[in-house]
Design a protein around this ligand. Structure first.
Ligand code: SF4
Length: 211
């Protein structure tokens, strides 16, 4: 069966150089919470309302009610406001300094992030990879469905993580690009109803739909 590296290079050939989430670590943190259970367009509209004030200093000066009102279009705004405030307080412990966070070992950072209410494994790994360049492969619903369709039958997310991490270089940039390619593939081709006839992986896929 096709391996993790082979999948990467097929996706890279199909979709070209992947994008990065954002160069601003705080934007990644905030958006990774806002995007939970909502659409990306709602996140973009909400972020636009911050104008040029999407900074941890600005967020920590807002009252809970003010923050809730701004992020309301993203849904679950009370829970998300609480999580954003807790994440901002966590980042404050590092003086809002990306490099200071980056210097902490990944397992310790992951544990700290997972202890914040509203931050699950997917959100923690998005923050680790895209905000702080720490290598922890991101597993989301798209990744699970995509691998299942290819023919893999993993017992849980830990096994999926291992599938990627044991074969790939331990490199946050590589992980970030790979996750972006999977997103791109699952949004445009391997959708709920997949377009297998135009898929670059259809020769290696167990669940490809017949033409
Ligand atoms: S062949 Fe179809 S099911 Fe398989 S990866 Fe491609 S789009 Fe998805």
């Amino acid at each position: 069966m096709i391996n993790a590296k082979e999948i990467y290079y097929i996706l890279l050939k199909a979709y070209g150089q992947p994008r990065w989430w954002s160069d601003d670590p705080f934007v990644v943190m905030l958006q990774s919470v806002l995007v939970q259970n909502t659409t990306w367009s709602s996140v973009e509209k909400t972020c636009a309302m911050f104008v040029n004030q999407l900074t941890p200093e600005y967020i920590e000066d807002l009252s809970t009610e003010e923050l809730e009102q701004i992020i309301r279009p993203c849904g679950f705004y009370k829970a998300k406001a609480r999580t954003i405030q807790a994440l901002t307080a966590w980042y404050r412990k590092y003086h809002f300094d990306r490099q200071a966070v980056h210097e902490v070992p990944m397992p310790r950072l992951r544990k700290e992030l997972l202890s914040i209410r509203g931050v699950g494994a997917e959100t923690a790994d998005v923050i680790l990879v895209y905000a702080f360049y720490k290598a922890s492969f991101i597993i989301d619903a798209y990744t699970r469905r995509f691998l299942f369709r290819l023919g893999y039958n993993f017992s849980d997310d830990t096994a999926i993580k291992l599938f990627f991490e044991k074969e790939l270089p331990e490199d946050a940039q590589f992980y970030g690009w790979y996750h972006w390619l999977i997103l791109e593939h699952c949004i445009s081709v391997c959708k709920k109803t997949p377009k297998c006839d135009i898929c670059f992986l259809n020769g290696d896929c167990r669940q490809k739909l017949p033409k």
